[in-house]
Write a protein that binds this ligand. Structure first.
Ligand SMILES: Nc1nc2c(ncn2[C@@H]2O[C@H](COP(=O)(O)OP(=O)(O)OP(=O)(O)O)[C@@H](O)[C@H]2O)c(=O)[nH]1
Ligand SMILES: [Zn+2]
Length: 206
């Protein structure tokens, strides 16, 4: 198994007390985390999120993207539901790493969009691999998700690995002057489903 469970503890947050499960991806040495709330192993679909690491958005208050806002909205939604899971995946910069993401931002400051910047650096537009999610979800006893995302690739990746996505829950955040182009590129070039709706308004059955 490429990912091994290491330890679990409580994680009190402003939204409620989660359980934090730590996993090691042996091939890369990356340390991934799952936060759970309530009983997620009862066989019913679990409200869930696959959150890709974004140091700038999640921890440094960046307005270039929507990651920090999505992280908070997802944890709030899980706590409100009383049951759910968030996988915090160490896939910084859609898999290219923090320093390369800063290189990409430098190109974006010069006018490139997020996809053009990645390509100019010799990377694919999105290099994420979701294979690690399966052993993490298996360890937690989760077979079916109601997935909070706007990204159809995540829905497909889970389906391909045998995790049923019973519904897609949009997770949309308000635009600001700094993230407008970024969000437009996600919708236009990366296939993200970004309409005028806001998080929690619609649950799309799949
Ligand atoms: N290479 C690169 N990565 C970025 C950029 N902006 C954000 N990211 C990374 O993108 C990842 C988040 O992916 P997004 O495309 O914003 O959203 P998503 O996870 O595919 O979809 P949602 O589930 O709807 O949030 C994080 O790992 C961020 O670090 C950028 O301009 N360039
Ligand atoms: Zn981000």
């Amino acid at each position: 198994m490429p990912v091994v469970f290491v330890a679990a503890s409580q994680l009190p947050t402003p939204f409620g007390v989660f359980t934090m499960h730590g996993f090691l991806e042996e091939a890369t040495g990356k340390e991934h985390v799952a936060l759970t709330f309530g009983d997620v192993a009862d066989g019913k679909p679990v409200l869930g999120r696959l959150h890709s690491e974004c140091l700038t958005g999640d921890a440094l208050f960046s307005l270039r993207c929507d990651c920090g806002f999505q992280l908070e909205a997802a944890l709030r939604a899980i706590a409100a539901e009383g049951r759910g899971v968030l996988l915090y995946l160490r896939q910084e910069g859609r898999g290219i790493g923090l320093l390369n993401k800063i290189r990409a931002y430098e190109l974006q400051d010069g006018g490139a969009d997020t996809v053009e910047a990645n390509e100019r650096l010799g990377f694919g537009a999105d290099q994420r691999d979701y294979a690690i999610c399966r052993p993490m979800l298996e360890h937690l006893g989760i077979k079916e998700l109601k997935l909070m995302t706007n990204n159809p690739r995540k829905v497909k990746a889970l389906g391909d690995m045998g995790i049923n996505v019973a519904a897609r829950v949009p997770l949309q955040i308000d635009h600001n002057p700094h993230n407008k182009k970024y969000l437009a590129t996600k919708a236009g070039k990366l296939g993200h489903m970004l309409g005028s709706l806001h998080q929690g308004e619609v649950e799309e059955s799949l």
